[in-house]
Design a binder for this molecule. Structure first.
Ligand SMILES: *[C@@H]1O[C@H](CO)[C@@H](O)[C@H](O)[C@H]1NC(C)=O
Ligand SMILES: *[C@@H]1O[C@H](CO)[C@@H](O)[C@H](O)[C@H]1NC(C)=O
Ligand SMILES: *[C@@H]1O[C@H](CO)[C@@H](O)[C@H](O)[C@H]1NC(C)=O
Ligand SMILES: *[C@@H]1O[C@H](CO)[C@@H](O)[C@H](O)[C@H]1NC(C)=O
Ligand SMILES: *[C@@H]1O[C@H](CO)[C@@H](O)[C@H](O)[C@H]1NC(C)=O
Ligand SMILES: *[C@@H]1O[C@H](CO)[C@@H](O)[C@H](O)[C@H]1NC(C)=O
Ligand SMILES: *[C@@H]1O[C@H](CO)[C@@H](O)[C@H](O)[C@H]1NC(C)=O
Ligand SMILES: *[C@@H]1O[C@H](CO)[C@@H](O)[C@H](O)[C@H]1NC(C)=O
Length: 519
């Protein structure tokens, strides 16, 4: 926690420093009898219906199932929060050579819109977390977020498909509203009983054709068949458990919690239960493992940062350890859901499009405000609002967006020139909001696939060895202009983050630096 005076001084710059209370649970949030769940698997079939089940989708046996580590971030997108995510992921690769992409459940207080554009164009998922971060949100908080992200960050409406409730505070009506608004999924519920316990609620993502089966003890009117929302998905958030088992759950930002009933935070104890929970999933039915973060708490660049290097190193040590194991993939919610809807065995992941990575083919010398830092340099519009100033490619509004007015008219005061906002028929990286033109009009010039072939015939399918490699067909990391797209000089990373990396990563890092210096 920051000292109050410091907090006040930096308020306009900060994200939700007070979010520490968010996303904690203290015991089971569901039970079989509270769930009263029954689903007809002969009628409920993929890709648009899936029963709540601890078994992997598609009847796959666990050994054919990838072990997904779902990485999400909540709240404001700022340099501070992206720095925090990058220190864990920018140097990593999945088994197919692609840098992991996350879901950012974005709320708009303190959000710097141009960084949302950049994060999206770099391949991450942008999802809805309400405009001003309210629990059991009214509809305008949810739709206003869509509109403002579309108008001021150029995120296509069609790509914002997911929602997470602030404070994980939602109701039956929230779910009904999301389904009505055309969202594909919610990810606000908890899976709160260990996978190794009887009556675990660690279900794979499922549709609400037969109601909810999570959070039955904590949300009124949920479960026993309600609410019926055919084709609408719930992606439970999977808790971790310390030595106390079901009595020691940890859900979001586990590194902020004390473990095993102790009175102080102990990174070694956190690491121990993160590993043991991961292993229980990995050796069991491979339900996804989740790292659900409020990145501001682990940012070293936010003014007044108090995070310890030991915590950052611990999280990297966990990811290093997880990635050394076979068939481990770090994914976002959307990728997880794509796989659940179309569950191919690990042997076929090579051709599975949602896990691939591609970069938009835009010449680095082109001056265009498109979410690619080297292209848009010097072209951003600065919106100097007193509460939270931000930058955007799409023209400053007259006043900050609010739920009642999420897209105020553009200002042309003090030198601001009105810009063209993203049309539905052009992709964000190809739209020139200054000229109002789409620089790409055919599918062939659009994206370049950057993934490498994986593991022919049982080759090592771990993520970490990829970066050391010189295998044929593997794109060098320097081919990816986004790695790490908002990175400061490498020296700005905590020293520990470097020492925690596998030796093999060093070559890739140097490659990335080479790319960076050429931009
Ligand atoms: C906002 O984005 C601009 C442009 O990328 C950057 O220069 C600035 O540092 C960012 N500020 C914050 C607080 O994110
Ligand atoms: C978000 O910003 C609005 C408008 O400035 C303000 O009314 C609201 O209290 C803020 N909410 C939070 C959680 O900071
Ligand atoms: C959930 O949010 C609503 C509306 O903001 C609030 O009244 C309620 O107290 C919250 N519930 C919990 C458990 O935080
Ligand atoms: C921290 O946790 C580790 C692992 O559980 C334990 O060995 C150690 O004694 C703990 N340290 C303190 C100060 O409690
Ligand atoms: C997109 O739609 C606009 C308006 O309907 C049209 O003028 C333009 O040619 C279209 N652009 C492309 C690339 O299809
Ligand atoms: C497509 O774009 C190219 C330039 O990238 C341009 O020469 C061509 O005329 C465009 N075609 C159409 C049908 O707009
Ligand atoms: C895969 O690679 C990792 C890291 O390089 C190594 O620890 C592990 O032993 C390898 N596994 C196999 C089956 O080769
Ligand atoms: C944490 O790491 C930073 C960056 O390497 C370093 O400047 C700082 O001194 C370290 N802090 C401690 C307490 O080790």
């Amino acid at each position: 926690m920051l000292p109050t005076t410091l907090l006040a001084a930096f308020l306009p710059l900060l994200g939700y420093v007070l979010a520490q209370e968010e996303g904690q649970i203290s015991g089971p949030t569901s039970s079989a009898s509270a769930a009263g769940y029954s689903c007809d698997a002969t009628k409920c079939k993929l890709p648009n219906c899936n029963c709540a089940s601890t078994d992997p989708p598609g009847g796959l046996s666990p050994s054919d199932v990838p072990m997904f580590v779902v990485f999400t971030a909540d709240d404001a997108i700022q340099t501070y929060t992206l720095d925090a995510v990058n220190q864990f992921l920018a140097h990593r690769k999945n088994p197919n050579g692609c840098q992991p992409k996350i879901t950012y459940y974005t709320s708009l207080n303190y959000t710097n819109y141009t960084l949302v554009t950049d994060w999206y164009v770099a391949g991450n998922e942008i999802a809805d977390h309400t405009m001003t971060h309210v629990g059991t949100p009214p509809e305008d908080e949810v739709t206003g977020n869509l509109i403002a992200l579309n108008q001021l960050a150029g995120i296509p409406l069609s790509s914002i498909i997911g929602f997470r409730a602030p404070y994980l505070n939602y109701s039956v009506d929230t779910l009904k509203m999301l389904a009505k608004l055309g969202f594909t999924y919610d990810s606000s519920s908890s899976a709160s009983v260990p996978v190794t316990d009887d009556g675990t609620d660690a279900f794979w993502p499922y549709t609400l054709d037969y109601g909810m089966a999570n959070d039955c003890l904590v949300v009124d009117g949920l479960c026993k068949g309600q609410p019926v929302l055919p084709g609408f998905w719930e992606i439970p958030m999977y808790a971790m458990f310390d030595e106390r088992g079901a009595d020691g759950p940890h859900l979001m930002d586990p590194w902020l919690d004390t473990a095993n009933g102790q009175s102080t935070v102990n990174d070694s104890a956190t690491l121990e239960y993160m590993k043991s929970t991961f292993t229980a999933h990995y050796k069991g039915k491979r339900q996804p493992f989740g790292l659900y973060t409020h990145p501001i708490h682990v940012s070293t660049t936010v003014p007044g940062a108090t995070v310890s290097n030991s915590t950052i190193n611990m999280i990297n040590e966990f990811l290093d350890w997880a990635q050394e194991q076979q068939d481990v993939w770090i994914v976002n919610s959307e990728q997880l859901l794509e796989w659940v809807r179309n569950p191919v065995p690990v042997s076929q992941l090579d051709s599975f499009a949602p896990l691939k990575c591609s970069t938009p083919a835009v010449d680095s010398s082109t001056k265009i405000c498109n979410g690619i830092p080297q292209n848009e340099e010097g072209l951003l519009d600065h919106c100097a609002f007193s509460d939270f100033p931000f930058y955007t490619c799409y023209g400053c509004p007259e006043e900050p967006p609010t739920p009642s007015n999420p897209s105020p008219p553009q200002t042309t005061e003090s030198g601001h020139v009105a810009r063209f906002r993203l049309p539905a028929n052009c992709s964000t990286p190809f739209w020139d909001p200054i000229k109002g033109t789409c620089i790409c009009n055919s599918s062939s010039c659009a994206f370049t696939d950057q993934s490498r072939p994986i593991g022919p015939n049982g080759a090592n399918l771990t993520g970490d060895q990829v970066s050391s490699g010189s295998q044929d067909g593997e794109p060098s990391q320097s081919a990816n202009p986004y790695v790490p797209f908002n990175a400061a000089a490498p020296g700005a990373l905590p020293a520990g983050a470097w020492s925690a990396m596998a030796v093999g990563v060093v070559g890739a890092v140097l490659g990335a630096m080479g790319a960076f210096s050429r931009l």
